[in-house]
Design a protein around this ligand. Sequence first.
Ligand SMILES: Nc1nc2c(ncn2[C@@H]2O[C@H](COP(=O)(O)OP(=O)(O)O)[C@@H](O)[C@H]2O)c(=O)[nH]1
Ligand SMILES: [Mg+2]
Length: 261
Amino acid sequence: MGIKCLEKKIVVLGEPNVGKTSVCKYAFNSYDERYVDTLGARVSKKVVNVNHPECRYIVNMMIWEYKEKMLMKNVDGAFMIYDVTNRGSMERMEDYWVPTFKKVNNNASMVFVANKWDLNPSFTFQVLEIFEERYHSPCLLISTKTGKNVNRVFQEMGRMLAKPHYYNNYNEKRLFVPGKLKPGEAYALIASSFINSVGRKDPALPILVHECRTCNINPEKTNKDSLNLLIEKLSEIEKGFLDSYTVKKNMIERKGITEKI
Ligand SMILES: Nc1nc2c(ncn2[C@@H]2O[C@H](COP(=O)(O)OP(=O)(O)O)[C@@H](O)[C@H]2O)c(=O)[nH]1
Ligand SMILES: [Mg+2]
């Protein structure tokens, strides 16, 4: 298995007081707090491993939090943070932060972070799903106070950032299949969806063969239940290297295939 190091630049965006600095405190602060004023930014570093079947990506993230509202170009990703007890901070995400950031960094990755989970929000879950669908990005509910889910924020970003390095065959089109399917045809579609998500056949096929064996699946003579079990297993494997939004999307797409058997 190969190893690749990636260097990526990330910004932390959101309204004042949502918890941007608090999130950064979970990363390693490269500069002494005394320099934050002079520099106009707090810069932290976080390293995340992404274990793709073919290659381990070591993603080095330099994370910038600006003191003033500043627009940065050539950024690889943004943590979009809002406060679950402050609806205005969530609305500003959509009205201001996302469009402003996307305007200059169109292909950058975003991870949506709903902070202060410990304070019992009422509108959160629904909003997270809306963000997920609208921006095709992972969304996490966290609390920097309790530490809940904070490390996942960095992991999700690392996975998003590693993806273009192997996902070159990635095909955004949904698998649309009219009518009924034979189990063998359904298997072929699920297999090609998995190959797509791994990026290349060589590392994906042996995994498929192995998983079929452990699920006792003969691709030609299988059934809906066995294929659904296979789908669960592939999903577990993808969790090791793909962001949660993509894992979920793949799962829904594949379950849609077995529904047609
Ligand atoms: N209850 C609670 N308070 C938080 C949490 N995260 C941050 N805070 C508080 O919210 C305030 C603003 O946090 P800060 O990280 O400075 O926000 P920033 O202005 O976006 O950088 C501080 O008083 C933090 O202690 C959290 O998860 N739960
Ligand atoms: Mg701050």
